[in-house]
Design a protein around this ligand. Sequence first.
Ligand SMILES: C[S@@+](CC[C@H](N)C(=O)[O-])C[C@H]1O[C@@H](n2cnc3c(N)ncnc32)[C@H](O)[C@@H]1O
Length: 211
Amino acid sequence: MDSLWADTKTFFPLFLQMLRREPAIRSVVVVGAADGKFVMPLVDCGYEVVAIDVNRSALYGGTAPAGSTKEAYPADGSLAHLLEQRGAKGQVELLNLDVRSIEMFPRDALWTSCSWHYSMNHDQPFDTLMRALTSCVRDGGLLGAEYFMPCSASQVASDFFPDVGEVWSWLRGFSKEWEAYTPPFVEAPHLGQPEPHVHRMGFFVARKNPA
Ligand SMILES: C[S@@+](CC[C@H](N)C(=O)[O-])C[C@H]1O[C@@H](n2cnc3c(N)ncnc32)[C@H](O)[C@@H]1O
């Protein structure tokens, strides 16, 4: 079964190319792993993956608790099920938690795609989330992210929608390897967004400086 996010635009193939040029990178954290759109290609390339998602349904399938705004995934479309089918369970550690509460041994690289826009993250400063993400990467490792840029006045005022260049002020202790920005584009309908809609997207890859 294809990921329910299969049709959304992504810079991930570029990030994967960068990882593959660095033999020292063996382990990758995916924050907002959902049903594996990014986890599966990493598995296929032989990486050890830590797949994090706060939504239990994404990892294991089933309905979300009553009153929850989290997306529901079918059991046979969950990440755990897809990994089992692929015979890749041993290659991926599933962590059902809010990344802001994480304490883990830093890995070689981290990828996240449009995860920090979820409204649940906006109850604490953007800096809290960025500190959590950066703590998951070892010295010399890579952090790659794509994110939405502001398309409305409220988004312009929000730290969670950084505009051109703004993201770097949150990435203390990292050096710029790559960045790219799109103009507004029409995104295909996806889980939680049944209509086509407009986004601007930013993408960066940063390397953690030695302490
Ligand atoms: C845009 S979605 C889907 C994944 C991805 N864009 C894709 O194409 O597969 C982002 C995911 O991030 C997760 N997420 C958001 N905030 C999180 C947090 N603080 N900790 C862990 N997961 C989080 C959500 O539950 C959601 O599954």
